[in-house]
Design a protein around this ligand. Structure first.
Ligand code: ZN
Length: 390
């Protein structure tokens, strides 16, 4: 499988110039001014990409691939992701998670879906555990899961500051983080602890207490939904300036935005103005999660489903509406999550890295073509390869 993409504006995400990019099997083999390969023995696909922008495949660090939700009863359980939901959104790498429901949703089911997505051409990982402590595991412990199951790279999303959380104590959360940390160290993975932040008044205090009272470094935690409201976003500023990673959720609803949630594109601009290091900021879609709107008594009002395509839509808005540099905006869905998640061959256009590539076209930065591990998944915005039951 050899592909030459000719004369694209290559962004690593930093701008590298107009280049040809050579993909051999699942790897980026060369980035040069002019690549000419002729062979009668193997098929070579040559793509003319003049005027198009070539960027790394997007990394989505939180997707509920088997569906989530259920907070309004069984009819409100959200459906599972299809392969093309991710690929047409430019997503070539994702991390799957359970959520509130770890009873009817299970880790074996999550892992099976992750394995299926890998077989279909994506790069998919998952977290062990769910919202709750004690943590649900596959093998009996978080450390074992991360060490022995290749797809499991961390734990989460563990819920804090939320009426749906298990109301964990400092000690309980510290123990889970310690298990994940050791499991990650012993298996060469990040062992990251994905944290679901609700809108409770304690915000990130539990994480700050674990960091203050134990030897767990702040970088072990990866709190998400930080753009849920201005007050939590400001708590996130402090957390990131202290060295922590913060993740913003791109899926949202008109109701949530009207009730204080901050659109990701705007939140990113705000964080940069507050001098938060860009490398500590990521976006994730929370795709296929339920997006419930609760009233002030915690009663469910309405429920929508998170969408993977929101991930790049917010990056695009950050560029087109907030005037951020494309390289900076791209970093929150490419090199930054790769670094947080410990994915050493992902998130950059660089020789030797995985051939996960997105071509963008036109002034509106439309997703034109997508390659995942060197395989073309999307062409002119349409899925070439679909999941088995799509
Ligand atoms: Zn969540």
């Amino acid at each position: 499988m050899i592909t030459v993409i000719k004369n694209a504006q290559v962004m690593s995400p930093k701008f590298l110039g107009n280049k040809d990019v050579l993909l051999i099997d699942s790897t980026i083999a060369a980035i040069e001014d002019n690549i000419v390969i002729q062979s009668d023995a193997v098929a070579i696909e040559v793509i003319e990409a003049t005027g198009k922008i070539l960027v790394p495949g997007f990394i989505d660090s939180l997707v509920h691939v088997t569906g989530g939700g259920g907070e309004g009863g069984f009819t409100t359980r959200t459906p599972a992701l299809n392969l093309s939901d991710a690929t047409t959104a430019g997503i070539t790498t994702l991390v799957a998670a359970l959520g509130t429901d770890a009873v009817t949703r299970s880790l074996p089911d999550l892992l099976a879906k992750v394995k299926a997505l890998n077989e279909e051409g994506l790069t998919a990982y998952c977290y062990t555990g769910s919202y709750h402590i004690p943590v649900t595991t596959l093998t009996g412990s978080v450390t074992q899961d991360i060490m022995l199951v290749s797809e499991m790279i961390g734990v989460g999303e563990v819920a804090i500051a939320d009426h749906r959380s298990s109301q964990p104590t400092v000690n309980e959360l510290a123990k889970v983080a310690a298990e994940a940390r050791v499991g990650g160290m012993l298996s060469g993975k990040s062992g990251i602890v994905s944290i679901h932040c609700g809108d409770g008044p304690s915000q990130l205090k539990l994480l700050e207490q674990v960091v203050a009272q134990t030897d767990i470094p702040i970088t072990q935690f990866y709190p998400t939904h930080i753009n849920r409201n201005q007050s939590l976003l400001d708590a996130g500023v402090g957390f990131a300036k202290a060295g922590g990673f913060i993740d913003l959720t791109t899926s949202t609803t008109a109701h949530a935005l009207a009730h204080g949630e901050i659109k990701c594109a705007q939140a990113l601009t705000y964080l940069i103005k507050q001098q938060v290091p860009l490398s500590n900021i990521t976006f994730s879609s929370d795709g296929h999660a339920s997006l419930p709107d609760f009233d002030q008594h915690g009663r469910l009002q309405q429920l929508l489903v998170g969408e993977e395509k929101s991930l790049f839509a917010e990056v695009r808005d950050a560029v087109l509406e907030q005037n951020l540099a494309l390289a900076d905006a791209l970093s929150v869905i490419t090199c930054n999550p790769a670094s947080v998640l410990g994915l050493n061959h992902k998130g950059r256009i660089e020789v030797g890295f995985d051939a996960d590539v997105v071509l963008l076209s036109g002034p509106e930065l439309e997703i034109d073509s997508v390659w995942a591990k060197g395989k073309k998944m999307v062409e002119t915005g349409n899925a070439l390869i679909k999941g088995r039951f799509e």
